[in-house]
Design a protein around this ligand. Structure first.
Ligand code: NDP
Length: 446
């Protein structure tokens, strides 16, 4: 008999969920983690990032407070205080995740594991373990380009530990991480320059909404260099960094953040040797039941490079546990996944963009609401929100909702239920507005 029914490599969102639920079904489960229990999302991703976004937003709130009668005599930000509080919260969450797993009788090995066969692995301590099924949930790591001087740049992993805030920062990339950290560093007072290899950022989002983010960011003082790439980084004696650019003038800066995507973490722990097939981006290839080319080995989350989002990894882990240990087989539905960019202001979206709808459907109607939130009007903040509904013209079904503005992700979660439920524009029209809110714009577009 094998040592365990299930051995999970990677105690992250997807792996943790699979381990906990499988154990609750009665399986004998062990999980190996070489860094910290919680994975990217909890330890160096969504959670600490969102706390920094909250911290950054105070810069605007404190400015706006004056028109609401508040006298805030000194506005001084202390990075070390926020950084240490965020890291302490991450430590607390790591403890809570560990406790949840141990409460479910999951054995935790806090060490690296390498596969030695289809049903076996070796831990860093030399201990051998065997299992009927092995689940790989090793996530992804920042893809750092092979350029001269790349050792002087950081990835999002290091942003949470910076000794001090840079006065100037160059951010490479035009995706989630680049835009979120552009907002964070700008609000904290750094001068931000975002460089992107094309003139399109946030490619998968509705470009009318993205254009609004660019307009607002430019007005705030964030610089964008499009069709530009970093060629070389040199450290000067003064400590500043000289960035040789292609496509725009060179920069002197204090920090360079590379945010040009993340690569599945599949190298160096025996996957290829045991015959697990991988794709062009080194991702593990899996079927709809998360099974790899080796029948006893499964994979969930970013390591499979399907949709690199925490809630999706959690669903994959749950589906795996339900299917193989809970006798309620099911597969993850990848349609209609809501997503958000926690930029300043944030973007949120579900369903088809206008462009996608026009390519896919015969007739498309769009409705937009372009408005200045009441709070911004009184505060004198010249920042407009934009909401957009994409409607299938032949059925009246809402096929996409796209928003930029304060609290857009909070509002969109509810709208995502409507899109998934295939509600029609007429259902939105028939819903009484909740006044005065920003969200009421969703049911007032005509
Ligand atoms: P993204 O995939 O979002 O964006 C990558 C960006 O880098 C794109 O603008 C891309 O351009 C550009 N790029 C890609 N390759 C190169 C290259 N070789 N040279 C120059 N530029 C390049 O990646 P991120 O790193 O921002 O985030 C990684 C993943 O993490 C995301 O896909 C997302 O799933 C997840 N994430 C989710 C968050 C959320 O839900 N709020 C927050 C943070 C991360 P192009 O468009 O031309 O390919």
């Amino acid at each position: 008999m094998a040592d365990f029914d299930l051995f999970v490599i990677g105690a992250c969102s997807g792996g943790g969920r699979a381990a906990r639920v499988s154990a609750a079904y009665g399986a004998r489960v062990a999980i190996a983690e070489e860094y910290k229990v919680g994975g990217t999302c909890v330890i160096r991703g969504c959670v600490p990032k969102k706390l920094l976004v909250y911290g950054a937003h105070f810069a605007e709130d404190l400015d706006d407070a004056a028109m609401f009668g508040w006298d805030v005599p000194t506005k001084k930000f202390d990075w070390q205080v926020l950084r240490d509080n965020v890291l302490a919260e991450v430590g607390r969450l790591e403890g809570a995740y560990t406790e949840t797993l141990t409460n479910h009788d999951v054995t935790i090995f806090k060490e690296r594991a390498e596969l030695t066969g289809p049903n076996s692995a070796r831990l860093a301590s030399g201990k051998e373990v065997s299992a009927d099924r092995i689940l790989i949930a090793t996530g992804a790591t920042p893809a750092m380009p092979a350029i001269d001087g790349i050792e002087h740049a950081i990835s999002s992993n290091e942003t949470f530990h910076l000794e001090r805030l840079p006065k100037r920062i160059v951010i490479a990339g035009g995706g989630y991480i680049a835009n979120e950290f552009a907002g964070i560093f700008h609000q904290f007072g750094s001068h931000v320059t975002l460089v992107n290899r094309t003139d399109v950022i946030l490619r998968q989002y509705d470009q009318q909404i993205v254009d609004r983010l660019i307009q607002i960011s430019l007005r705030k003082g964030i610089d964008f260099k499009f069709n530009a790439t970093i060629e070389k980084i040199e450290k000067r004696e003064s400590g500043s960094l000289h960035v040789t650019m292609k496509g725009c003038d060179d920069f002197e800066t204090d920090q360079i953040l590379i945010a040009t995507g993340r690569k599945p973490n599949t190298a160096g722990f025996g996957l290829a040797e045991v015959g697990v097939e991988m794709g062009d981006n080194c991702q593990i290839k899996v079927d709809a039941d998360n099974r790899t080319s080796v029948a006893s080995i499964f994979a969930v989350g970013d390591v499979t490079d399907r949709v690199q989002l925490t809630p999706v990894a959690i669903r994959e882990g749950q589906a795996f546990a339900d299917t193989f240990f809970g006798k309620t087989p099911h597969q993850v539905d990848y349609s209609c996944i809501p997503s958000a960019v926690f930029s300043h202001p944030p973007i949120a979206s579900v369903g088809m963009t206008e462009g996608q709808a026009r390519n896919k459907l015969g007739q498309v109607r769009t409705y937009t609401s372009d408005f200045r939130p009441m709070k911004n009007v009184l505060a004198g903040r010249n920042e407009r929100s934009l909401y957009k509904l994409v409607v299938d013209g032949s059925t009246d079904q809402i096929v996409g909702v796209h928003m930029i503005g304060p609290d857009a992700p909070e509002i969109l979660q509810a709208a995502a239920v409507a899109v998934r439920g295939k509600l029609k524009k007429a259902d939105f029209d028939a819903t009484v507005a909740l006044h005065p809110t920003m969200a009421e714009e969703l049911v007032l577009m005509r």
